[in-house]
Design a protein around this ligand. Structure first.
Ligand code: ADE
Ligand code: ZN
Length: 328
């Protein structure tokens, strides 16, 4: 219980959070009603929706996650979604967060990119002023839509780059290796954008190598499959590469089923720069503190280990160097 209090008091950073994955069923239904699109939701009732949060793998989650986005239409919806996350973040004592969004999930439904970015950005500005939470926005390409669409999305986003710190790569991992997106990430680098990619969540350790070497990423999202490759673990340590690990997500998406606790202990033991994050908290049963609490309860983490993980998040953030060291 005292570790719980220690955790609650730590001012934290979050580096792996999909804003669409913070859409709680209550807000989803409220927005859908407001927009007269209740009939387009994947479930008819809140209870049915909650019961559907029972996943076999990444794809079964993604199907529901994309379907739920049907509720998000107006600029105000993206503002409300993002503000609701900031309230949750405040409750968990998050002081800095780097938020992912999936532009193509919305542009594919003919929602203008401007509407999406402006709604999120308005909430970011408001949260900075009223809640004291700083944040960055990272635009993720949907890897299952292919590299041409990703490049098109990047070009479309060029007029909004003042709102975006970096690009990422997410969605269906298996069969969509990072190497396909080398050109897009080169363009992002030319534009001065930071780069991250989901790799080694469901996919193999090889995808982590590709993200490092072909996409020149500054963080690996998930990356837990590095445990299959000793040489890779050594390399991640050598280059001080951060992994944004999401324990409750891995649990719910059946990554390392039946041995997740052992694998997390192993991962923490490697000395790789691990950070703890919530991924899609509305779907996986908990925000950042719940992710830390799971580790405390299942792995018996000490307060020193929690403090180290917490410091790692600031080290691995895209905050200016002066600001980082204040928190570590
Ligand atoms: N999009 C949202 N959450 C994701 C995850 N955990 N992996 C891949 N794509 C995602
Ligand atoms: Zn993710």
């Amino acid at each position: 219980a005292s570790l719980g209090r220690f955790l609650a008091c730590l001012p934290k950073a979050e580096l792996h959070l999909h804003i669409e994955g913070t859409l709680e069923p209550e807000l989803m239904f409220e927005l859908a009603q407001r927009n007269n699109v209740l009939h387009t939701l994947p479930c008819k009732t809140l209870d049915e929706m909650r019961a559907a949060y029972n996943f076999e793998d990444l794809q079964s989650f993604l199907d529901l996650y994309y379907a739920g986005c049907a509720a998000l239409i107006c600029e105000q919806d993206f503002y409300d979604l993002t503000m609701a996350y900031f309230q949750r973040a405040k409750a968990d004592n998050i002081v800095h967060t780097e938020i992912f969004f999936d532009p193509q999930t919305h542009t594919l439904r003919n929602i203008p990119l401007r509407q999406v970015i402006q709604g999120i950005a308005r909430a970011q500005k408001e949260a900075e002023q009223s809640l004291g939470i700083s944040s960055g926005l990272i635009m993720c390409f949907l890897r299952d839509q292919g590299p041409e669409k990703a490049l098109q999305t990047l070009t479309e986003a060029e007029e909004f780059l003042e709102y975006v710190v970096g690009v990422g790569l997410d969605s269906t991992e298996l069969g969509n290796p990072p190497s396909l997106f080398q050109g897009v990430f080169e363009r992002a680098e030319e534009l001065g954008l930071k780069r991250v990619a989901h790799a080694g969540e469901e996919g193999p350790a090889e995808y982590i190598w590709e993200a490092l070497e072909k996409l020149r990423v500054q963080r690996i999202d998930h990356g837990v499959k590095c445990l299959e490759d000793t040489k890779l673990i050594g390399h991640l340590k050598d280059i001080n590469m951060a992994l944004t690990v999401c324990p409750l997500s891995n649990l719910e998406l059946k990554i390392y089923t039946g041995q997740l606790e052992e694998r997390m202990i192993e991962l923490l033991g490697t000395g790789v720069l691990v950070t703890i994050n919530s991924d899609d908290p509305a779907y996986f049963g908990g925000y950042i503190n719940a992710n830390y609490l799971w580790l405390i309860q299942k792995l018996g983490l000490s307060s020193q280990q929690i403090a180290d993980l917490h410091a790692n998040s600031f080290k691995a953030s895209f905050l200016p160097e002066e600001t980082k060291t204040k928190h570590c």
